[in-house]
Design a protein around this ligand. Structure first.
Ligand code: C2E
Ligand code: MG
Ligand code: MG
Ligand code: MG
Length: 281
């Protein structure tokens, strides 16, 4: 009897592994054609200045709408794109599309919104990204200070010397650099001395789950003060409700993002949102 159960269990896992391997292979081969077939689209999540609650910019988030597989999350296909050497081309498309949209948005709404683009660890290994960024800024005549590049802590510390070199070159173009998902990886501030960062994005999990013993408020406040002392501005991610909004406001975070403020949306809906939520000074 035990043997039969073991066999069943084995077959179950084998099938699961096969399914996963098949999906992985499907995605990998479909990814090669996705750019040519225009299957990617960018959605935008507004970012808000917490003092005034007006929109100051947005984060570009890639979506892949595959004709058979449906919507595939970037969390699933970006790692595969990195492994198969496709991230350079996809990342280039994201930069180009995000700058094109932002230029158009600012022109038609008379705003000066900034856009942030996520860079993967792999993109940071290759100085080609510096040329790509310089080219798209020139192409769309977007002021460099309106483009922000987000790097996760893990991407930064993977190959510190190489990252520091590429980031220095990016920084010299005039773009802003932020640490994404801060609080989920290495979680120190001292290694940041090696990189010319401007912004710290506190991860959602960091804001919602706090260590025991001290209150969340004190912990976040101390970190924000420290970041400010290091001339970093702070963005709170994952603001999902009114209480979290109050918390990050009380902690003097500079800007915020989250479902409570707005979910990511297609570019076609962004303009209307901006016109409604942008304070005219
Ligand atoms: P991220 O850069 O940290 O982006 C934030 C993610 O959290 C997004 O998921 C966003 O939709 C989601 N989010 C925003 N507000 C809330 C909230 O209040 N609650 C919750 N539960 N989630 C919230 P998404 O779009 O699925 O992206 C996942 C990750 O994929 C991103 O994390 C980023 O690391 C990566 N990614 C997305 N677009 C790109 C891209 O163009 N290039 C690269 N290299 N990576 C990308
Ligand atoms: Mg991000
Ligand atoms: Mg993040
Ligand atoms: Mg994240």
């Amino acid at each position: 009897h035990a043997k039969a159960t073991d066999t069943n269990r084995y077959m179950f896992f084998e099938r699961l592994m096969n399914e996963q391997a098949t999906r992985h292979m499907l995605i990998k081969s479909a990814l090669r054609r996705a750019l040519d077939r225009n299957e990617f689209v960018l959605h935008y999540q507004p970012r808000v200045t917490l003092k005034t609650m007006s929109i100051c910019g947005m984060e570009a988030l890639i979506r892949w709408d595959h004709p058979d597989l449906g919507m595939i999350s970037p969390a699933e296909f970006i790692p595969i794109a990195e492994d198969s050497g496709l991230i350079g081309a996809i990342g280039h498309w994201v930069l180009d599309e995000a700058c094109r949209h932002t230029r158009h948005l600012n022109e038609t709404t008379d705003c000066r919104l900034s856009v942030s683009v996520n860079l993967s660890a792999q993109q940071l290994r290759d100085a080609e990204v510096v040329t790509q960024v310089a080219e798209v800024l020139e192409k769309w005549q977007l002021p460099a200070e309106l483009l922000e590049l987000e790097l996760t802590e893990t991407a930064l510390v993977k190959d510190m010397d190489r990252s520091a070199d590429v980031l220095k070159k990016l920084k010299s173009l005039g773009v802003l650099l932020s640490v994404d998902d801060f609080g989920t990886g290495y979680s120190g501030l001292s290694y940041l001395k090696r990189f010319p960062m401007d912004i710290l994005k506190l991860d959602r999990s960091f804001i919602t789950q706090q260590p025991e013993g001290i209150t969340g408020h004190e912990f976040i406040k101390a970190l924000v003060d420290m970041a400010h002392a290091l001339k970093l501005s702070v963005v709170a991610e994952g603001i999902e409700n009114k209480d979290l909004l109050r918390l990050v406001q009380e902690c003097a975070c500079d800007e915020g993002q989250g479902y409570y403020l707005s979910k990511p949306m297609p570019f076609s809906s962004l303009k209307e949102f901006v016109l409604k939520h942008h304070n005219v000074e």
